[in-house]
Design a protein around this ligand. Sequence first.
Ligand SMILES: [Zn+2]
Length: 386
Amino acid sequence: MNTNFNFSTVPNVVSEAGSAKKLGSILAQQFPLVRHALIVTDNGFLATGLLEAPIASMEAAGFTVHTFTEVIADPPEHIVLQAAETARRHGIEIVVGFGGGSSMDVAKLIAVLSKGNQALSTMYGIGNVKQERLPLVQIPTTAGTGSEVTPISIVTTGETTKMGVVSPKLYADLAILDAELTTGLPPKITAATGIDAMVHAIEAYTTRHKKNPLSDMLAREALRLLSANLVRACENGSDIEARQSMLLGAMLAGQAFSNAPVAAVHALAYPIGGVFHVPHGLSNALVLPHVLRFNASHAAQHYAEIAEIVIPGCSGTSEAKTDMLISALEGLARKVGIATRLSEVGITAADLDRLADDAMLQTRLLVNNPREMTREHAHAIYAAAL
Ligand SMILES: [Zn+2]
């Protein structure tokens, strides 16, 4: 076991269904000196009406609340800069992200950009944020990305190119998990985001670098919660217990993979999202079983340990358990009714060269994969998923 490691995460977590309704008192207690707040979200979440109670509670606690609701999926640079400008103009003192990964990623950068003069263009890469940030609170509205506890923000910088800011400065001060915010998610989004969270845990558990006892514990508990509750949350969206367990599982997986990074499933999923605008969770789900099959010869022991969690009571050799795990994950995708083939999201054989080329650019992720992956391998995996 690797006992030499670093581990970081957010310092405060509130996990309680209904807690967003008490947001004002939670924030007033933890941040007694700030009063001008910016809520960062997207118009889709705004339209659910679920922001009204948190905003009312903040105002009752003496906060002035501004909102920036223009976040879109795969947020482009100009949206981030526009949001930071809004924050500066209103003299914002605390940033609260409400949303899926995109809104939370934008909230991280606003908190940094509106505090000092460092340009966004100089922050890309690892450890390049050189200034302090405003207080930052993250409240996920999907159970998937784990972005509320990761130090990463992904921004779309060109037509399809994305760049990441990775810095310990992006860890929020507080993450709040409230299942009531996720009850309106349609089954297919619940399914795809939930499988994304499972991929975070699986890839953290099998990563070639930085795997450690804490990330392993988190990944295992994440997989236990996610695999036991995903179908329940899909079949009955208002099952608060299942929803809260999914949020908790997604957060634990986020804490795991921000310390033991993800690998080839994500490397092969990113081009699918970038070129075909397939949502992140679904992109991962589409390639997941095929990447695991490719990795099986190099990760069978770890996959067998995961199988024992995902399929309680399963038995046999490591190879047999690995096969059972892959079948169970394929069965899960079928059961929750999401697409299982690349052809279902508009990808054809003619696209595979480009996808394989783009996947090879994800060297930051590929180095973590338990088995070395060449362009030919990536191409074959996409072909198998077609
Ligand atoms: Zn992911």
